[in-house]
Design a protein around this ligand. Sequence first.
Ligand SMILES: [Zn+2]
Ligand SMILES: [Zn+2]
Length: 271
Amino acid sequence: MTIWTCFTCGIEHPDTPRPPANCAICDDERQWVPPSGQQWTTQAELIEAGYTTHVRELEPDLYAITVEPELAIGHRGLLVRTPAGNLLWEPPGYINEQVVDEVRGLGGVAVISASHPHLTGASIQWSHAFGGVPVLVSAADQQWIRRPDPAVELWSGVREVLPGLSFHQCGGHFAGSSVAHWPAGAQGRGALLTGDTILPGPDGKSVSVMRSYPNRIPLPERAVRRIQDTVRPLTYDRLYSAFVVVDTGAHQIVERSLDRYVSWISGDLPD
Ligand SMILES: [Zn+2]
Ligand SMILES: [Zn+2]
């Protein structure tokens, strides 16, 4: 059987003789199906096409895992090392023996998760490569699981995943959208891994939140406030999204940016 990967979003689907009729992730109003239509690929095809993986240190105990050429939306996975085991956050939609060896050399993987369904990539293949480690999925997003597997474990609210690493459900982009809090990050000043739950601008000096980034669908005030209220009690200075980093001052930047957002959507600012 063949594991089918959607070429647009990079998310794996169950192993079936023929590809699925559609990708529910891409059909959703938050994503898109290209004008040329739905396309599927397989790991064998990607290997044949010369896709490669790269692991590089972002700061002590934090590594970025990227795929070249860029696959799907081109997000990077993050590997957080802790004394109790490693978190693989938002793994890419591609995996090969080389990257498995490299990650094993960094201590392997104890648990896998993602901020929301768009960035789940090949989570189940990554889990199987590391002995079937748990893949945590926000219970509110259960309907978006594309490849059911015994490794999947549902959670909600707040969850300590490893000593010194916790998940916090913020909602917004998806009902189950979450962030990972890593207090040891940024030399002990704390770091937040946000995926698409909170997305920085290109300069890393402001952030935004949206129901859909590519289709420019905003969030209502109550959703923005809930995100703000969820992350406010957390201690962090740095923020890693799926693409951009807010290097320092992230706590104040999130607070200020989300206040600004609410001002604009509620019409408090001049035209
Ligand atoms: Zn898709
Ligand atoms: Zn997303």
